[in-house]
Design a protein around this ligand. Structure first.
Ligand SMILES: [Zn+2]
Ligand SMILES: [Zn+2]
Length: 126
């Protein structure tokens, strides 16, 4: 009886095919943090297509599919942080957004709001 190949090894092989086990965006190398990301943001639709609603471990199916299809283009290695950030920011990870001083301005204005509200405490109605 042949032992079933571990999903982790397949994952590593797939990641290696897409530039190595390293986040394309931030360089994260922790294997459990890494995943294959659809460059064009159609991940959910595509995964449904592959699975056909089988309800099995989706990420494992995904690596299987990629390997069977000779690692098609349009995918990249991203860590979960960058993945989530990318989807939240409409296709661009927060690391890629050139916020620069805007971030500081936002932070300080938030602080200002905080100070203002504490400086003017609401009186409880009697
Ligand atoms: Zn990352
Ligand atoms: Zn990132």
């Amino acid at each position: 009886m042949q032992r079933r190949e571990s999903g982790q090894r397949r994952k590593l092989r797939v990641l290696n095919a897409y530039g190595g086990p390293c986040c394309t965006c931030c360089g994260e190398t922790c294997l459990t943090m890494l995943a294959i990301d659809h460059v064009n943001n159609n991940g959910a639709e595509h995964r449904n297509e592959i699975n056909g609603g089988l309800g099995r471990n989706k990420s494992v199916e995904m690596y299987c599919w990629l390997e069977e299809n000779n690692f098609p283009e349009g995918f990249q290695v991203l860590c979960y942080n960058c993945n989530i950030s990318k989807h939240r920011n409409g296709g661009k990870c927060g690391h890629q957004l050139d916020e620069g001083p805007t971030t500081m301005a936002k932070a300080s204005s938030l602080q200002a709001i905080g100070k203002r509200s504490t400086g003017r405490p609401k009186r409880a109605k009697i």
